[in-house]
Design a protein around this ligand. Structure first.
Ligand code: ADP
Length: 307
C-alpha cells in the first residue's frame, strides 16, 4: 500500500531523516516507534504531503507522491499532532467545514458526519462548541475530520499525547474499528504499550534512522534480549546456588539474595520454582522479565525510549 524508498530530510544542519526504507501492507496498522526527536513527525509529514522530502520517493497505492500529489491526497487522511479545529464552532460545523474543503458532496457529507460522530462517540455533543470539549474529545473530532472524504489510509501522529486514559482507550477502539473496516493505519508514538496493543508491524526509529522493523515476534527474535525471571529469597547461600545451578543447568546471575535466570518463561517457570523448593529456598518476590519493545529498543540503541 505504501513504499518509502531512501527518504531523507534535513532542516539546516539537522539531518532529521536519513535515507529510510520501509513498506506498509494494505490493511495493517503500522507503528513508527521512537523517542522524541527521532524523526517520526518528519517522516509521517513527508508521507502525508505536509512536508517535501529532500531525497527519496514515496509510493501510495502504486502512485508516486511527487508526481500524483492530488490523487494521493484523496487516498489519505491525516490526523496531525496539533488540533485543527475552530473553538467557536460546534463539532458538527467544524466537520462540515473540513468536509467542504475536501469537496465532499453535501448529501454524502451529512451522512458521513453522522456515521463518524457515531464512531467517535460524540453524536450527542455534536451541537456543542469545541471550546467546551476536553482534550481527548477534541482529538476524536480531529480524527473524524481526517476521515470525511473516506480515505484508504489514515496517518496519525502521536494521537494520544495529552489525552486522559479514558479518551486514550476510546481512540484505541476507534483505530481498531477503522482497521476492521479495511483502512490502513500509520501510527507514530513513543509509547511502546500503544504499539504493542495496536500495531501489526513496527519500524523502530532513532536519530533519523530505522534501526529495526518487523512484527513484534520478529523484532524479539532479532534482538539479543532474553526473557528472564528475577527471584528474591529470604536468604541464599553458596551451596544452594550451586545446587540450583546443577538442577536447572540455566544461565543464572546472582546479586546478594536475588537471582536472575534467563529462561523460556512459559515452558520453564514451574521447573524453576520446583528447583527452588528442592533447594529449600524461600521465595520472597518473583518478577517476570518479558521481552518488550522497551527492552528491544534499549538493546538496539543503548538508550531508553523515554530519554
Ligand atoms: P519526532 O516526531 O520523532 O519527535 P521530529 O521529526 O519532530 O521527531 O524531529 C526530528 C528532528 O528534526 C529533531 O531534531 C527536531 O528538532 C528537528 N526538526 C523537526 N522539524 C523541524 C523544523 N521545522 N525546523 C528545524 N528542525 C526541525
Amino acid at each position: 500500500m505504501i513504499q518509502v524508498k531512501n527518504l531523507s530530510k534535513s532542516f539546516d544542519n539537522i539531518h532529521a531523516v536519513k535515507s529510510i526504507n520501509f513498506s506498509i501492507q494494505k490493511g495493517e496498522v503500522f507503528g513508527l516507534l521512537g523517542p522524541n526527536g527521532a524523526g517520526k513527525s518528519t517522516t509521517i509529514n513527508m508521507m502525508s504531503t505536509i512536508l517535501k522530502s529532500d531525497e527519496g520517493s514515496i509510493f501510495i497505492d502504486g502512485n508516486d507522491l511527487n508526481n500524483n500529489q492530488n490523487h494521493c491526497k484523496q487516498l489519505i487522511g491525516v490526523v496531525p499532532q496539533e488540533i485543527a479545529l475552530y473553538d467557536e464552532f460546534s463539532a458538527y460545523d467544524n466537520l462540515m467545514f473540513w468536509g467542504s474543503l475536501y469537496k465532499v458532496p453535501i448529501k454524502k457529507l451529512r451522512q458521513r458526519i453522522a456515521n463518524l460522530l457515531d464512531l467517535i462517540g460524540l453524536s450527542e455533543r455534536k451541537n456543542d462548541l469545541i471550546k467546551t470539549f476536553s482534550g481527548g474529545m477534541k482529538r476524536r473530532v480531529n480524527i473524524a475530520a481526517a476521515l470525511l472524504h473516506d480515505p484508504k489510509i489514515l496517518f496519525m501522529d502521536e494521537p494520544t499525547v495529552g489525552v486522559d486514559p479514558q479518551s486514550r482507550n476510546r481512540i484505541f477502539e476507534i483505530i481498531e474499528t477503522l482497521n476492521k473496516q479495511g483502512i490502513t493505519i500509520v501510527y507514530t508514538t513513543h509509547y511502546m504499550e500503544e504499539v504493542e496493543r495496536l500495531c501489526d508491524r513496527i519500524a523502530i526509529i532513532d536519530a533519523g534512522e530505522i534501526v529495526a522493523q518487523g512484527t513484534q515476534v520478529e523484532l524479539q527474535k532479532r534482538s539479543d534480549v532474553k526473557e528472564a525471571v528475577e527471584i528474591s529469597f529470604n536468604s541464599i547461600n553458596t551451596l544452594q546456588k550451586e545446587k540450583l545451578q546443577e538442577l536447572l543447568n540455566m544461565n543464572i546471575n546472582s546479586n546478594s539474595n536475588t537471582i536472575i535466570i534467563e529462561c523460556d518463561i512459559n515452558k520453564e517457570l514451574s521447573k524453576i520454582i520446583t528447583a527452588c523448593n528442592t533447594c529449600a529456598l524461600e521465595i520472597e518476590d518473583l518478577q517476570l522479565k518479558k521481552v518488550n519493545l522497551e527492552a528491544i529498543f534499549l538493546s538496539l540503541t543503548g538508550k531508553q525510549l523515554r530519554d
